[in-house]
Design a protein around this ligand. Structure first.
Ligand code: NDP
Length: 246
């Protein structure tokens, strides 16, 4: 129960990797804020996790909207009076080759995947600086390092997250706050289920361990960054990709 009494906010926490992270941290005793674009899904996940005996707070939050982000942190302070860990997990894809990519698909991905991390980190940091402690954990992607045809917007947003992680880590290391990222490879979720079967088979060939990752593989790496065991680690990226990128 190494995270007992800790307050953790997970964006996009209602399903997929975010939900797995929530379940993993619930087992370690953390109280959880499940924030998602759909309040109903956030509430359902929060209800499920509350059954494990932890406190939960579901929130409707679009991470790309500054007013919603500020309001969410207001709610968290009202309910818990502090924020120990922020996990910037919310993310979307709007794939297409560069010449066919619509401006709105570029903007949507950058606004949610990258600006969302900026907005949430800034609000969290205001509180963490006062607390003189905190953890921010950002979910990047292997494509930030390798690129991926059809994902100019997504890979740029995820590479941006890596730069943002390192910069914020440097800015606030002296305040007792660590900022790290986890870069998943190909993880079986709704996001990747949507890919065509031939694309999935091609991806599989590029993974040395010979299988796709699970949401729990990502969740345990996040749990490490949230735990006291990683207190001397900041500005780093853990790659969870079965050897796809080394
Ligand atoms: P999912 O699509 O399964 O889940 C993402 C969650 O975020 C959903 O609940 C979604 O809500 C929510 N969401 C979408 N837009 C917003 C928003 N603007 N504000 C708040 N919440 C939002 O994705 P994954 O679990 O697969 O991915 C989670 C993270 O991991 C993402 O950042 C993704 O880029 C990253 N990742 C995933 C990989 C994979 O293989 N799956 C690989 C590498 C990185 P709704 O469903 O209602 O839209």
């Amino acid at each position: 129960m190494e995270l007992k009494e800790k307050v953790v906010l997970i964006t996009g926490g209602a399903r997929g990797i975010g939900k797995a992270i929530a379940a993993c941290l619930a087992k370690r005793g953390a109280n959880l804020v499940i924030a998602d674009i759909s309040y109903e899904s956030a509430a359902e996940t929060a209800r499920e996790l509350a059954a494990t005996g932890i406190r939960t707070l579901p929130l409707k939050l679009d991470v790309s909207k500054a007013d919603e982000v500020a309001a969410a942190f207001g709610e968290i302070m009202k309910e818990f009076g502090k924020i120990d860990v922020l996990i910037n997990n919310a993310g979307i894809t709007r794939d297409g080759l560069l010449l066919r990519m619509k401006d709105e698909d570029w903007d949507a991905v950058m606004n949610i995947n990258l600006k969302g991390v900026f907005l949430c980190s800034k609000e969290a940091m205001k509180l963490m600086v006062k607390q003189k402690s905190g953890r921010i954990i950002n979910i990047a992607s292997v494509v930030a390092f390798m690129g991926n045809p059809g994902q100019a917007n997504y890979s740029a947003s995820k590479a941006g997250i890596v730069g943002l992680t390192k910069t914020i880590a440097r800015e606030y290391a002296s305040r007792g706050i660590t900022v790290n990222a986890v870069a998943p490879g190909f993880i079986a979720t709704a996001m990747t289920d949507a890919l065509a079967e031939n694309v999935k088979q091609e991806m599989l060939k590029s993974i040395p361990v010979g299988k796709f990752g699970s949401v729990d593989d990502v969740a345990t790496a996040v749990a490490f960054f949230a735990s006291p065991d990683s207190s001397y680690i900041t500005g780093q990226v853990i790659h969870v990709n079965g050897g796809m990128y080394m």
